[in-house]
Design a protein around this ligand. Structure first.
Ligand code: SF4
Length: 368
């Protein structure tokens, strides 16, 4: 297929769903890793197209959702300091910390600004040499190259008033955690296409072989996702466990060498806390010592805040495929996009936000 429209074609989508119906002989639990994929699945009502044997559960691939309370509280603490311009992606403003959120810091007079890339934060730093400019550098491997580039550029320019609050996490250690859990239900994974376009898929090949679980690198359109499901069902019904690449128009086995070089220069692997899930060894990036002058946690000495998650939020179980958003007693009542208890309800990639937008009000998504 050549054009984007073809990846939303209803006829192709229904043919793929029919292929799954013909092939499936027993129940299978499949997980899409990325929150962008979750939103497509819910928006186009893909679970309703598929036979009842196929259960789709939603993975931890929403960077805002897995950003721990501690890092949100650190961001709030830094953003409230006099003289600071705090720059963030818009999603993060409504994410609740333990007592407040960045939106309230802004409403109370804090200089909190929304940006679409770290380069905008660099520009603000150049324009405001008398102020400290802090960028909230969160995300998976997809945003890591741009964030690394911003820090590298700041060092090159000798920008003394720019720093980054880094909360980068890596997908493969989270998949390993899910697969190694005794309560794991997931039998096949749709691996995250955007992350793999940067990183390649060698790490996923290794996980697939080690745990004998089928994986398909999938895209983000409804036809991409239905084809990925069909490929996973073929593998499961055949008794195969391999890595296959459905998203070959964007993903190669090795990924982007340029991005790898930039990340390697600026970041090193570290243990990271995942919201609700807890610490996962070697599951994130932090700035290397050579870039310590641009590390907001070191610049502002805000590295020791430690808080508890709200017990009512079952986001951790949702992101491990053990529960669905509709299983949460707070869904749509005590937790809504206007008054969220957990990040998955406010993030543009959050599973709870997807269910709230496409399932709660309409009883289903748009027809593919
Ligand atoms: S509905 Fe709200 S409280 Fe429940 S899991 Fe989702 S974010 Fe957490």
């Amino acid at each position: 297929m050549k054009y984007l429209d073809e990846y939303r074609d209803a006829g192709i989508a229904h043919a793929l769903a029919a292929r799954v119906r013909q092939r499936v002989t027993r129940p299978w639990v499949l997980m899409e890793i990325c929150g962008g994929q979750t939103h497509t699945i819910m928006r186009y009502g893909l679970p309703d197209l598929l036979p009842p044997e196929i259960e789709l559960v939603h993975g931890p691939g929403c960077p805002v959702c897995v950003a721990p309370l501690e890092i949100v509280d650190r961001a709030i603490e830094i953003a409230g300091r006099p003289g600071v311009i705090f720059v963030s992606y818009g999603d993060m403003l409504r994410v609740p910390g333990s007592r407040s959120d960045l939106f309230r810091v802004k409403a109370a007079g804090g200089d909190v600004r929304i940006a679409y890339s770290p380069m905008e934060a660099l520009k603000i730093a150049r324009q405001n040499p008398e102020r400290q400019v802090v960028f909230f550098g969160i995300g998976f491997e997809t945003t890591a190259p741009a964030n690394a580039m911003a820090v590298w550029q700041a060092k090159r320019e000798g920008l003394a008033n720019f720093s980054m609050l880094v909360s980068h996490v890596l997908v493969p250690p989270a998949i390993r955690l899910i697969l190694a859990s005794p309560s794991n239900r997931v039998q096949g994974f749709i691996a995250p296409g955007h992350v793999c376009s940067v990183m390649g898929f060698r790490e996923y090949e290794a996980l697939s072989a080690e745990f004998r679980v089928p994986m398909v690198v999938g895209g983000f359109e409804p036809v991409d996702l239905l084809e990925s499901v069909a490929m996973l069902v073929d593998q499961l019904e055949d008794g195969r466990a391999e890595l296959e690449n459905q998203y070959s128009r964007s993903v190669t086995r090795a990924g982007s060498a340029t991005a790898h070089r930039m990340m390697e220069e600026v970041f090193e692997v570290t243990d990271r806390q995942w919201r609700g899930i807890g610490p996962i060894a070697a599951s994130g990036y932090r700035l290397r010592n050579a870039y310590a002058a641009f590390d907001a946690e070191r610049v502002f000495g805000a590295g020791d805040i430690c808080v508890e998650e709200p017990p009512e939020c079952i986001a951790a179980l949702v992101m491990q495929g053990l529960k669905k958003p509709l299983d949460c007693p707070a869904f749509g009542t005590r937790c809504t996009p206007d008054r969220p208890l957990g990040a998955p309800m406010v993030s543009s990639e959050g599973a709870c936000a997807a269910y709230y937008a496409y399932r709660r009000h309409t009883g289903g998504g748009e027809a593919a």
